[in-house]
Design a protein around this ligand. Structure first.
Ligand code: HEC
Ligand code: HEC
Length: 346
């Protein structure tokens, strides 16, 4: 029995050691996970188009900067609830030969986690403008532009989505920008990225976990209310909650300076709804969204997505932020007024 002389012994030990370790460390746990992780109730498989988009996502290397795994850490709260095994169960066959689509977990977090981006950034128009050139909507973005997911045409054909690229970033020869087949598939995939809510018993609507996101400061006015009932002359409101909600939820479209993007998203500075004395319409737009209205002579192609996932406190604070920023000086609203309008909408 000498390792140095007996080749059978030497190679046998190495070979079976390798096979044994592979089984224990890799293969058996994977089989266990495959047999024990069920898709979450209500999890939806990808459509054909969305699956093509997953292929574009992988081939363009988006995974180099984006994860799809929310960790149970405070810094990840903004991206959704912590991921569970069921999120990665095989709901989406890639074809007869591949029974599941790969989970594109990623490990580099240069950009935001995209697990729930379809709920957070539900506007296809925003996604197109952002992919065409991220700097046009997020001035300091380091994300590369993906102009090859778009075609430049003189006149868009009927049914083609014209991307309202801001003038500074649009083609200089006046051509229109339309997404090509890969661009459309990728955006369909991005919009499908929504976390399945955990436990049907919790009465939260889909996407409500994003509301819980922004590590919000305790709302100051609950204390103020108990201390000083109706008589309080000056309306106390949480300015930092308003600013953080605006940055997290609205600035991607309406921009940090409230100027919007010409032709794509309306300015809120000086906007008649935002500066109206009666805030009912303002509250309604934020809670229920809006589409196709004419604002300052422009009709916007993209809808304003409903933001009903925000709490009454968040809506009141973000509205007050709009009403007191960028030169606006309009009457303030209370969470109670928001609750009343919300009740009327249901
Ligand atoms: C070099 C790193 C990098 C690469 C590669 C990259 N991104 Fe990004 N991405 C970022 C950064 C940084 C941000 C945050 C700033 C911004 O919104 O532009 C971001 C933001 C986003 C957002 C908005 C997320 C949110 O929460 O609002 C989406 C959607 C997105 N990226 C999709 C993609 C897709 C799809 C690809 C591949 C085609 C891609 N990214 C490739 C760095 C990257
Ligand atoms: C995905 C882009 C997007 C996001 C995010 C977004 N908006 Fe809008 N918003 C729009 C568009 C587009 C319109 C114009 C809709 C129309 O055609 O009437 C609009 C309209 C509005 C209006 C009405 C302006 C008017 O004169 O009618 C208000 C107020 C407003 N948004 C506030 C907000 C607030 C507050 C948030 C965040 C909580 C927000 N928006 C998030 C795109 C967006």
């Amino acid at each position: 029995m000498n390792f140095h002389k007996n080749h059978w012994l030497l190679f046998g030990v190495t070979f079976f050691g390798f096979v044994g370790l592979s089984l224990i460390v890799g293969i058996l746990p994977a089989i266990w996970v495959q047999n024990n992780a069920e898709p979450l109730p209500g999890a939806e498989p990808l459509t054909t188009l969305q699956r093509e988009g997953l292929g574009v996502y992988v081939s363009e290397g988006c995974v180099a900067c984006h994860t799809q795994q929310v960790r149970p850490l405070a810094v990840d709260q903004a991206w959704g609830r912590p991921a569970t095994a069921g999120d990665y169960a095989y709901v989406t066959p890639l074809g007869p030969l591949v029974p599941y689509a790969p989970a594109v977990l990623g490990s580099e977090r240069t950009g935001p986690d995209l697990t729930n981006v379809g709920a957070r950034q539900a506007s296809d128009v925003w996604q197109y403008i952002h992919l065409y050139n991220p700097r046009s909507v997020v001035p300091d973005s380091v994300m590369p532009a993906y102009p090859w997911l778009f075609d430049e045409v003189t006149v868009a054909a009927a049914g083609q989505t014209v991307v309202p690229v801001p003038a500074a970033f649009a083609p200089k020869n006046g051509s229109q920008v339309v997404p090509n087949a890969r661009g459309m598939a990728l955006v369909a995939y991005l919009l499908s990225l929504k976390q399945t809510p955990l436990g049907a018993a919790t009465a939260t609507p889909p996407g409500a976990d994003t509301a819980a996101q922004a590590p919000t400061q305790p709302v100051a006015d609950t204390a103020a209310q108990t201390a000083a009932p109706a008589a309080a002359p000056v309306l106390a409101w949480d300015e930092s909650l308003g600013a953080s909600t605006y940055t997290g939820t609205c600035a991607a479209c309406h921009q940090a300076n409230g100027q919007g993007l010409p032709g794509a998203f309306p300015p809120l500075a000086g906007d008649p709804v935002v500066t109206a004395d009666d805030p009912t319409e303002h509250i309604t737009v934020v809670l229920a969204g809006k589409q196709g209205g004419e604002i300052g002579g422009t009709t916007y192609a993209s809808p304003m997505p409903a933001q009903a996932q925000l709490s009454d406190e968040q809506v009141a604070a973000v509205i007050n932020h709009e009403r007191t920023s960028w030169g606006n000086a309009a009457t303030l609203v209370t969470p109670e007024e928001v609750a009343a309008v919300r009740g009327g909408l249901q």
